[in-house]
Write a protein that binds this ligand. Sequence first.
Ligand code: CA
Length: 227
Amino acid sequence: MKAQILVVEDQPATLDLICDVLKEEGFEVQQAQSATGARESMRRAAPELIILDRGLPDGDGLDLLKELRSEPKWTGLPVIILTAKKSVEDRVLGLKGGADDYLAKPFNTEELVARVEALLRRTGKAPPPPSQTVGDLKLDLESRRAFAKGKEVTLSAKEFDLLWFMISNKNRVLTRDFLLQHVWGYEEGLDLTTKVVDVTVSHLREKLGASGSVITAVRGFGYRLDA
Ligand code: CA
């Protein structure tokens, strides 16, 4: 069976066109018309590739891409940016933002399919997800092992995801709500207790010992990891 592809595009005609073309080629297709819709769809079923429009009703597709790239689960997900913005700067911005490929509208459907297939071939043989280092902390995504000053630290799955996410977003204040959404996968706007965030951060810092001092509580906001 061919790969599952998520198409995120707010214009119904373009969305239908892309989905029809991909289905004809035998792909499994999920669709969304906004960044929020894309998130919901990805929670239901994990896509193997995303075709992502930039101008979405609830934001720039590049922002969604940036968020996805900092979550361990989606770091290696192949993404093709589809956009009417075809200037060189936009193209560079898209690729720097973590896109694997770029297609400007209006596009040729055969070219779209060719690019999807080429990208899937390429990423099928892609190297394992990277490791991240901050100060004397090192995280390896594939083995999901963490090291502080060269010594392995045993982290729970959530502690690992939290640390990975914080390193990916280093030097940036992350609110508890934001962490709940991106590390715990809770939906925005739910009136949830944020205590679980504080508890997990506290366990994490304890386990990391002196190396845990890179995580700072920011009063009234949340947490920041300093690099
Ligand atoms: Ca659009």
